[in-house]
Design a protein around this ligand. Sequence first.
Ligand SMILES: [Mg+2]
Length: 296
Amino acid sequence: MPRQEITPPQCAFFDADDTLFPSEPTAMGVAVARLLRTFDEASVLARFGDEWRAWADQRAGAGRHSADRTLSAYLVARWTGSRYDAMFAECNEARRASGQRPFSSEVAARSADDNAAETLQALANVGEIRGVGAAIRNVQRLGMRTVVVTTSAKDRVLACMDSPRANLPRSFRPSTSSTTVYSASSLGLEPKPSPEVYLHAAAAEGVLPQDVVAIEDSPTGMRSAAAAKIGWKIGFLGALEHPADRDDRREALLAAGADVIAEDGRQLRTALTLLARGLAPTPERVRGLDAPSVAA
Ligand SMILES: [Mg+2]
């Protein structure tokens, strides 16, 4: 075995939505639909219209015609990883800018029914991101602790992790293991991109942020990990199918501080195996193009 190049991280912090299971488009789609019902189209278009049209034009380029270019799709992409109250505040600002009285906090507040509806919607649509379960099982076998660090409500994350359709290993599911879920919403912490939930999780696990590897699919989450000075940050594209989405996200994750990109579950497993063995996860190694081979 080659000599170690780095100190292996002690702990892997997994984001939940679109990292462990595909739920961001569903949960975010519910939130965006609710916002578009609440706010009038004119103020939303005044605020987001130009950005949306530029985004849609860019996707109308070669090979991108089949990508969803609706306003809803743009807003889902724009807010991936954000919390509902932040999205609501942005729309409310647009309403104020167009000369209307902003909505009160009662309108912004989500009811228990809204949260339950989102959990049911997410559960109805939850599925598997191929290779994530195998990557988790493998990294656990190599001696790294695995926890979840999320902005989302803990109830929804626990329910999705336990769904057989997410196909996560028994050694990681909440009902059959002691995996800890650190939820910014449920702990009353600032949502990502604030570093609060990462710093809280590191302190609770008794590790320094530099001895942690974070796995994030969204730029918002990546900025949170970077602000917390997490030692290794993997940008994960496993939940995205369309090439246009993947290209945009790859760029955004690197700009937000990702050390390396894992294109799919297999590359995620390779990146984590390299780290667990004390080897730097260079892009060539993660893609399997450079020795040392870490096929496990
Ligand atoms: Mg996510």
